[in-house]
Design a protein around this ligand. Sequence first.
Ligand SMILES: [Zn+2]
Ligand SMILES: [Zn+2]
Length: 138
Amino acid sequence: MSGLLERLRGRGWRMTSQRRVVAEVLDGDHVHLTADEVHARAVGRLPEISRATVYNALGELVALGEVVEVSTDGRARRYDPNAHRPHQHLVCSGCGIIRDVHPTGDPLAGLPAEERFGFTVATAEVTYRGLCPSCAQR
Ligand SMILES: [Zn+2]
Ligand SMILES: [Zn+2]
């Protein structure tokens, strides 16, 4: 598990039943949900939870640094609770499943000085794409 709930408790995040459901939906490994997916799952546990409540809670979690926004397809922003262990993403081009992966070596170090154009480079995101085992069998 990503330990999101424990981290939030440790930080004294005000845990109403609605906010707890948002955190529970996001907790876990390899979780990369869009805001709409978080809302749909939250409604399954707490039918009255509103989209606005979910969006506000997501914004707070991102501001706290406990959830990171990732975009692996250039479209919908996804929310990732694995905020404290740097990782990259492995994405299936067939079904879209996303795995957290930890490549060896520092992707930042792979960019030579002459290709930095004077930038102070802070982060690098690498997305590995391919077919997952079940899509590869089809
Ligand atoms: Zn797949
Ligand atoms: Zn991730």
